[in-house]
Design a protein around this ligand. Structure first.
Ligand SMILES: [Zn+2]
Length: 133
């Protein structure tokens, strides 16, 4: 395990944007992943979710090949990862895509914004995804 400070950032890195967001660090991991997804246009997940595939740290672009539970970024400590492969959005183990199912712990009323497609109903869950190229 490294001893790098968790807040290290690359100056002028992609996705940084010119200011205006300072101090907004009270997002939950889930909210952070959702925000990164909107910003990057890629499916994003956070540490602790069980998803497979190739992911890149949204903060420093460090890439990992994940097979189990997403870690925090070993390079910078970021917890949000962007899914880098093409194809269907991976569904974290233990979660369901598009299945109507009461989720009292989460947002009780989801606001559907136009142009934002999170998980359309009827998403096909592909099981046994091959990892080999
Ligand atoms: Zn990182």
């Amino acid at each position: 395990m490294g001893s790098l400070p968790p807040q290290r950032r690359q100056a002028g890195g992609p996705g940084g944007g010119p200011g205006g967001r300072a101090g907004r660090t009270n997002l939950s991991p889930k909210e952070g992943a959702e925000e990164a997804e909107r910003r990057l246009g890629k499916p994003c997940f956070h540490a602790g979710q069980k998803v497979q595939g190739t992911y890149a740290c949204v903060a420093c672009q460090f890439q990992i090949r994940n097979r189990g539970t997403l870690p925090t970024c070993p390079d910078c400590g970021e917890i949000v990862w962007a899914y880098m492969e093409s194809g269907p959005r991976p569904v974290p183990e233990g979660e369901q895509a598009g299945a109507p199912r009461p989720a009292p712990a989460q947002a009780p009323t989801a606001t559907v914004e136009e142009g934002v497609s999170l998980q359309p109903p009827g998403v096909t869950v592909t099981e046994g995804v091959k990892l080999q190229p």
